[in-house]
Write a protein that binds this ligand. Structure first.
Ligand code: OAD
Length: 251
């Protein structure tokens, strides 16, 4: 059975600007826990103790322990067919953009040629004093516990947007522009509980984009979407690809 009706397939094929907006759910099939819902990290851990500037000020060891633990999970995970389908689509067409809330590094590892990481990246740290950024693996800082700047020796922090912090203005402006201009928006694996990414999706819809949500659950955004697929993105996205491009194998 076809997933998408003919008119939507045509609309997607003809789109001159298509945005993928992803959240933790797209990496769930790779073995990375989501934040909310069943087995979600925020069920067992308190965000205010681990993911705020105050938490880091009070107990940097604990915050680094949490990010070191999660970085290990990400290191051992591999991109799944959801990530790989998006990467293939981006390579096929210059019209396809990717905005993610994920910090797990799986989109870049799947070969996505361009990516806006709204919430940072768990493999990066930045200096609390001079703001210099480091790649924890490439720069030889991939150990547990506190880490220090190679230039000014001050404490490093995870390069993550914590609760209560501002987004990178440059990234945000680019994301708004992409969403405003998009003719199709795929919203994948996000509970839409964080207002900035949820509003990016709504901006696309209000500016006329065809909205497609892939999420086993319904969200606050579901009613605004033209299509909701209640399945796993690693299964639904390859099916959509095969409907759109039947002569182009994903392999
Ligand atoms: P959430 O954990 O809030 O939501 C994950 C969503 O993925 C849920 O709606 C699930 O139903 C859905 N999901 C689970 N498995 C899926 C699958 N196989 N395919 C598709 N969807 C699936 O994650 P986010 O919305 O990304 O911030 O959370 C947003 C932000 O809140 C995160 O970036 C994080 C967190 O606090 C920071 O770390 C800064």
């Amino acid at each position: 059975m076809e997933l998408l009706p003919k008119d939507s397939l045509e609309q997607i094929r003809n789109a001159r600007s298509l945005v993928f907006l992803t959240g933790a759910g797209i990496s769930h099939e790779s073995g990375i826990p989501t934040f909310r819902g069943e087995g979600g990290l925020w069920k067992n851990f308190k965000a205010e103790d681990l993911a705020t500037p105050k938490a880091f000020q009070n107990n940097p060891e604990l915050v680094w322990e949490w990010y070191d633990f999660r970085r290990e999970i990400c290191k051992n995970a591999n991109p799944n067919p959801g990530h790989l389908t998006i990467a293939k689509w981006q390579k096929k067409s210059n019209f396809v953009s990717l905005i993610t809330q994920n910090v797990d590094g799986l989109h870049p590892r799947s070969g996505s040629p361009s990516l806006l990481e709204l919430h940072g990246n768990i493999f990066r740290a930045r200096c609390t004093k001079c703001s210099e950024k480091f790649h924890l693996v490439d720069d030889g800082l991939d150990h547990s516990g506190l880490k220090y700047c190679k230039y000014c020796e001050s404490l490093l922090r995870p390069d993550i947007v914590w609760f209560g912090e501002e987004y990178d203005q440059n990234l945000l402006t680019k994301s708004w522009e992409l969403c405003k201009q998009s003719q199709v928006v795929f919203v994948i694996g996000t509970s839409a509980n964080v207002s900035v990414p949820a509003n990016l999706a709504l901006t696309a819809i209000r500016n006329g984009a065809l909205g497609i949500e892939i999420n086993p659950e319904e969200t606050n955004l579901t009613l605004s979407m033209k299509h909701h697929f209640g399945g796993k993105s690693g299964e639904v996205l390859p099916k959509i690809w095969n409907e759109l491009f039947p002569n182009e194998s994903l392999e």
